[in-house]
Design a protein around this ligand. Structure first.
Ligand code: SAH
Length: 316
């Protein structure tokens, strides 16, 4: 690369929107294209991608996994249902779960997902974790779609302040060929096809460098083979659950019981059945104690690693 040309760009490359937002938008677009119902985000960190996906109406189950409980706890309260989710329930149910554990381990709670996202995760894995990763994600979890993003080391010379790796915790950063070889091998072993793309365009005239963030989208070639595969899968739980939240759909909540009354109307008229009582109680609690919800979440945050709490997780 011409040094003067390179120096000129190291001064000016700034992505707009920022690269992390472009990566998350990429996942959102994928969700809108394939409409998965169950999505798991591995290496979910501060849950910001999960928060964004919460608003995709096709998703009914969202799960996050990270090896660092503290980073997940920072903003996990943003995943809690809002009072409006109960007062104006949508057409779909949404269950959000956060797990503390490693992608190097298999846990049955990670089975049954349609889409698994691994955004800027693999470069944080050490050699032994990276070796186990394809078997856990493609072999065990075996979702229809896997999306993996990782830095493209060929872009690094264009970034100011990047001397070696982009982050001190990165164990490696791959060139386009290295990522390609690894991804093609994983896809071949576990029956996936893979398409390569990325976000963060290189400057005009430097297209060979590739995207700043390289992305592989893996699509499972064959339908899952059902019982035999399932029976071989371990059932032992290894992850710790940090958070579990469910908002039932409109159909499953008050509308089902009382078609003609608004929630306000219901509050003025005493409930007649035990079930109605529980639902209205739940709604009241939500509208009157929104603050308490926040406080409970904060309690949970301060409650330590083993804490597992849930609100309104079943009305039926
Ligand atoms: N996916 C996030 C951030 C990724 S940073 C985003 O899109 O912004 C990488 C994350 O992977 C960190 O939160 C780190 O704690 C987590 N991580 C590292 N090793 C892991 C492992 N073995 N299993 C699960 N998560 C891991």
């Amino acid at each position: 690369m011409d040094k003067t040309f390179q120096e000129e760009f190291t001064q000016i490359i700034k992505f707009e929107p920022p690269l992390y937002k472009q990566r998350h938008q990429f996942v959102k677009d994928l969700v809108e294209k394939y409409k998965p119902k169950k999505v798991a985000d591995l290496g979910c960190a501060d849950c910001s991608l999960l928060w964004m996906l919460k608003f995709c109406s096709c998703i009914e189950v969202l799960a996050g996994l990270d090896i660092c409980a503290n980073v997940m706890k920072e903003k996990m309260h943003t995943l809690s249902p809002l009072p409006v989710d109960y007062l104006q329930p949508s057409e779909r149910s949404l269950t959000v779960t956060l797990h503390h554990g490693s992608v190097a381990h298999k846990d049955p709670c990670m089975l049954g997902f349609d889409l698994v996202t691994c955004i800027e995760l693999i470069e944080h894995l050490d050699e032994s974790e990276l070796k186990k990763f394809p078997e856990v994600v493609f072999g065990f979890m075996a979702p229809s779609i896997v999306v993996i993003s990782t830095p493209n080391s060929e872009f690094n010379p264009l970034l100011s302040r990047v001397m070696s790796y982009r982050h001190p915790d990165h164990k490696f950063e791959w060139s386009q060929a290295q990522f390609r070889n690894w991804a093609l091998e994983a896809a071949r072993c576990y029956g996936y096809s893979v398409e390569f793309t990325g976000v963060g365009h290189p400057p005009t005239g430097m297209e060979k460098v590739g995207f700043c963030t390289q992305i592989g989208v893996f699509l499972r070639k064959y339908p899952q083979t059902g019982e035999l595969v399932q029976s071989e899968k371990p059932t032992e739980t290894v992850y710790k659950t940090l958070l579990f939240k469910t908002v039932k759909s409109k159909e499953n909540t008050w509308k089902k019981i009382n078609k003609n009354k608004t929630p306000q109307h219901n509050l003025k008229n005493p409930p007649t059945s035990k079930k109605e009582c529980r639902i209205l109680n739940c709604m009241n609690q939500n509208s009157l104690h929104a603050k308490n919800i926040c406080n409970s979440v904060l309690d949970g945050i301060h409650g330590g690693l083993n804490s597992s709490f849930s609100f309104f997780n079943s009305l039926d």
